[in-house]
Design a protein around this ligand. Structure first.
Ligand code: VG1
Ligand code: CO
Length: 547
């Protein structure tokens, strides 16, 4: 027997969800009523108090497999049943990558979905957990929805949950929970089918059959099953192509962030003269990607630019792109491709939710962020494996190496030297003090080293489709030659504050395209440190992570 219980509760700490959902330590999520309050706040916000409007609706549910994933799935299933959902489609074993969730929400036209992930943050009993609601279009909830959820968390007094035994989510099939249907499905199949529609799988199969070798580092996170099924299964890459392919609750003590620091196994394999031709990694929930050639690293901004310039080589993009969108801190390399193609370029605040309206309205086809995020209008999330498959499609069609393709791209468009310096875990007050001091500066016309400031501001964005305005999205110092320094505080951390400093300089001269970015940007890096007084505010001489 199962019965709906209404549990009295008190408003929770009221913390605003950040760049992408709510992220906290597992221990915080394990507190009595914490997860429940947030889930009820979501249901109340999307269905109206009483949940009346969600009756007979279907919800998608799954996560990146980190610690607490399964337990949270059970709680959410019981709450969905008590709140009147007709059906929840849950990925087998609670597994569903962020882009696959977006794919399934769109394909089955569900009333959105709940994704359990703290993305690239470490997992385990003492590490991070997260939850986000994606809207029926398949993308992250826009600010209007997250604000409504946040407001609800401050007034919540009760939640509804079914008093029932756990449901089996380990095997495919339909079962019932109260009056609700729980459909457990293969988390890979729909996503793999979509990839098959977009890319020339025959050409990629032929590439592997011809001896081309790659390594895909799933970092013991959610893309293991996806990479194994698609790369080694459908595309015939040799067994062992996928590294760290079994999802683990603590990601094997790793930090599932696909960058040069954390994907060290992969970097080691690729940075040798006899290494594989191609390397890629994805993050905890499968929406990020890092791309490597043999002894060659492709920055995410360059990757977006190269993929956009070569997109028509893939069947799904053969008709060309409608526009390219990038987040403000991402380098301007994609803008140069857009200009050459005669299509619009859009500059949005950080976070994938800002691309949704552009993709829905057909204004942009491809989009990306400097933080290892690339994607297109095929779903409404960034998509790690999609980027890897598009690269494979381009490599198969062009018959050149990754390094040759990127160097050729720079020769044609010029090179945007780019780097991001992160100062993680600094004091929140110092971080805010540093940003406030920068905000007060008026630099127009000022000479800083060899550069003259064209303007400085705190980036504000008006969505061209729905007119919504987002302010305080990062401090920009833009120089007359187009070089830029950008400062922003992370919205995804769970401890203290993280200062991100983004530095960019354009170099048209092909004889100067072989510098180490840290050398090519050294004068701007010094200017950034002095201007923001990074060391006096933070006590840090060096950034924690450089990408
Ligand atoms: C970071 C990245 C941002 C990305 C966000 C979510 O946000 O900088 O570009 O959209 O993570 O990515 P922040 O606020 O910490 O800079 V994921 O893969 O964590 O969903
Ligand atoms: Co992610």
């Amino acid at each position: 027997m199962s019965a709906v219980m209404t549990v009295a509760t008190t408003p929770f700490d009221g913390q605003k969800p950040g760049t992408s959902g709510l992220r906290k330590k597992v221990k915080v999520f394990q507190q009595a009523n914490y997860l429940e309050n947030f889930v009820q706040a979501i249901f109340d916000s999307i269905g109206g108090p009483g949940g009346g409007d969600i009756t007979d609706k279907t919800l998608v549910l799954g996560g990146d497999g980190r610690y607490h994933n399964r337990a949270a799935c059970q709680t959410i299933l019981k709450m969905a049943a008590a709140n009147g959902f007709a059906k929840v489609m849950v990925g087998r074993s609670g597994i569903l990558s962020t882009p696959a969730a977006s794919c399934v929400i769109r394909k089955y036209q569900t009333f959105g979905g709940i994704i359990l992930s703290a993305s690239h943050n470490p997992g385990g009993p003492d590490e991070d957990f997260g939850i986000k609601y994606n809207i029926p279009a398949g993308g992250p909830a826009p600010e209007g929805v997250t604000e409504a959820i946040f407001a609800r968390t401050k007034e919540i007094r009760e939640y509804r949950i079914l008093d029932a035994a756990d449901v089996d989510i380990e095997t495919n099939g339909s079962r019932t929970l109260g009056t609700m249907t729980v459909e457990v499905f293969d988390p890979v199949a729909d996503y793999a089918a979509l990839m098959g529609e977009l890319f020339d799988f025959d050409a990629i199969r032929a590439l592997f059959a011809g001896g081309f070798r790659m390594k895909f580092d799933a970092m013991h996170a959610v893309t293991g099953p996806y990479g194994t099924a698609i790369l080694e299964g459908i595309l015939g890459a040799p067994k062992g192509t996928v590294m760290n392919g079994v999802p683990l609750e603590d990601f094997g003590h790793g930090h599932p962030d696909p960058n040069l620091v954390h994907a060290h196994d992969l970097v080691e394999a690729l940075f040798r003269a006899d290494g594989p031709d191609f390397g890629a990694a994805s993050d905890g929930d499968g929406d990020r990607n890092m791309i490597l050639g043999r002894e060659f690293y492709v920055t995410p901004s360059d990757s977006l630019a190269v993929l956009a310039a070569n997109a028509t080589l893939a069947p799904g993009y053969a008709k060309g792109l409608k526009g390219i969108a990038r987040s403000m801190p991402t380098s301007a390399a994609p803008d140069r491709v857009a200009a050459a193609l005669g299509i619009p370029a859009y500059e949005t605040p950080t976070g994938w939710k800002f691309f949704g309206t552009l993709l829905d309205a057909g204004l942009a086809t491809m989009c990306g962020e400097e933080s290892f995020g690339t994607g297109s209008d095929h779903v409404r999330e960034k998509d790690g494996l999609w980027a890897v498959l598009l690269w494979l499609n381009v490599l198969a069609k062009r018959g050149q190496s990754v390094a040759e393709i990127v160097r050729g791209h720079w020769a044609k468009y010029g090179r945007n030297y780019y780097s991001r310096h992160d100062y993680e875990g600094i004091e929140t007050e110092a971080a805010n003090g540093l940003m406030d001091a920068l905000r007060k500066l008026s630099l127009k016309g000022r000479k800083l080293g060899a550069y003259t400031v064209a303007f400085n501001d705190d980036f504000a964005y008006t969505d061209p489709v729905d007119g919504s305005v987002s302010t305080k999205q990062g401090i920009r110092i833009v120089f007359e030659d187009g070089s830029r320094i950008v400062f922003r505080l992370s919205g995804t951390g769970t401890e203290g504050a993280t200062l991100r400093v983004y530095i960019e300089r354009y170099e048209p001269d092909p004889t100067k395209h072989d510098l180490d970015p840290q050398d090519a940007l050294s004068d701007l890096i010094t200017i950034a440190g002095e201007l923001a007084e990074i060391e006096p505010w933070t006590g840090r001489e060096q950034p924690t992570v450089i990408t």
